[in-house]
Design a protein around this ligand. Structure first.
Ligand code: SIN
Length: 285
C-alpha cells in the first residue's frame, strides 16, 4: 500500500489517501503517519466511515488514548470515545452554543494536556459547521525577534475557565470540578518530536501571565492571540461524512463554528490521545 500525501499549506495540514483505516496498519505505515503528523500537525483522511472500535484502532496509531473529560458525552459501550452532537447543545436567542467556539488548545489546564484530538464525521449539516485550525508554530516563527525573546520563558496559569474567558465552558459536576487542575504552562512550547517552537494559547483558560500585572499580562495574551489567529495561519476544514481529522494540540489552535441551521444534525465521534507535561521552548521543562 502506498500513501499519497497532499499538503494543504506549506508545512501545515496534509490530506492522506491510499489507506483503509478500518484495517490495522503495519509498523512502516504507522511510522510514516507519525512522521507526517509531527510535520504537518493536522492530517485529513477522507472516506473513513469508521465504527467506534475501528476509530479507536486508527487513533492508536498515534499513541495511547486518554479518557474524555466530560463523561456525559461518551458512548456507553466505548467510554474512550466521546461525541459532539447538536442534540446536546443549549441555545441562546436561537443560536446553538457549540463547544469549542473561539480558538483554543484542548484541556490546556491539565498537567499533561492531550497530545492530539481526532474527530470522525458521522453526520454533518448541509452548510457550515467547519472546524478551523491555525498553525501556532508558524505564528511563533513569524514574530519579531525582540518579541520572541520577550515571551520565551514566560508562563501562564491555565484554569478551568479564565475570569476573562470569551466563552462559557460546559457545566461540570462537582465530582468533575474537583478533579480539574490549574497548571502553569509555558507561553512558548517545544514540540517533543519536531523540536519546533509554538505559541501555547487558550484565552478561555489563561489567567494572566506569571510575573506580569493583570493589564500587561492580558494585553500580551490578546496581542499574541490576534497575531496567531490571522487567516494566513489558518486551515479551515469543511467536513464530509466519513472524514477523519487528527490535530496536534502542541502545534495548532482550533475552533468550532455554530454557523449552521440549528435544526440540522451534526454528529462527530471524538477521541483524545494521551499527552505529557509540556516542554518550555528554550528551557528544560
Ligand atoms: C472540538 O474541539 O471537539 C470541537 C470541534 C468541532 O466540533 O468542530
Amino acid at each position: 500500500m502506498t500513501l499519497h500525501v497532499q499538503p494543504i499549506r506549506a508545512g501545515f495540514g496534509a490530506e492522506v489517501s491510499g489507506l483503509d483505516l478500518t484495517q490495522p496498519q503495519n509498523a512502516e505505515i504507522r511510522a510514516q503517519l507519525n512522521d507526517l503528523f509531527a510535520t504537518y500537525a493536522v492530517l485529513v483522511f477522507r472516506q473513513q466511515p469508521l465504527t467506534p472500535p475501528q476509530f479507536m484502532q486508527a487513533a492508536e496509531i498515534f499513541g495511547p488514548l486518554t479518557p474524555q473529560q466530560i463523561k456525559k458525552f461518551v458512548l456507553p459501550d466505548y467510554p474512550l470515545v466521546g461525541y459532539n452532537s447538536t442534540h446536546d447543545l443549549p441555545r441562546k436567542n436561537g443560536k446553538l452554543q457549540v463547544r469549542g467556539e473561539n480558538y483554543h488548545t484542548d484541556h490546556s489546564n491539565d498537567l499533561a494536556p492531550p497530545k492530539a484530538t481526532t474527530l470522525v464525521a458521522v453526520e454533518i449539516p448541509s452548510h457550515g459547521g467547519d472546524t478551523q485550525f491555525v498553525d501556532a508554530r508558524q505564528a511563533f516563527d513569524d514574530l519579531p525577534e525582540a518579541m520572541q525573546q520577550r515571551i520565551v520563558g514566560l508562563r501562564s496559569l491555565h484554569v478551568h475557565q479564565s475570569s476573562r474567558s470569551p466563552r462559557s465552558f460546559a457545566k461540570l459536576s462537582d465530582e468533575e470540578m474537583a478533579r480539574i487542575p490549574r497548571t502553569l504552562q509555558p507561553l512558548v512550547i517545544r514540540h517533543p518530536d519536531s523540536g519546533r517552537a509554538a505559541l501555547y494559547l487558550n484565552t478561555g483558560r489563561m489567567e494572566g501571565i506569571d510575573g506580569l500585572d493583570d493589564e500587561a499580562g492580558y494585553a500580551l495574551i490578546e496581542a499574541l492571540y490576534a497575531h496567531a489567529t490571522q487567516p494566513r495561519y489558518e486551515y479551515r476544514h469543511r467536513w464530509q461524512v466519513g472524514d477523519l481529522v487528527i490535530w496536534d494540540n502542541r502545534s495548532v489552535l482550533h475552533q468550532a463554528n455554530a454557523d449552521y441551521d440549528p435544526e440540522e444534525y451534526r454528529y462527530l465521534l471524538r477521541i483524545m490521545l494521551q499527552g505529557a507535561p509540556l516542554l518550555a521552548y528554550g528551557g528544560s521543562t
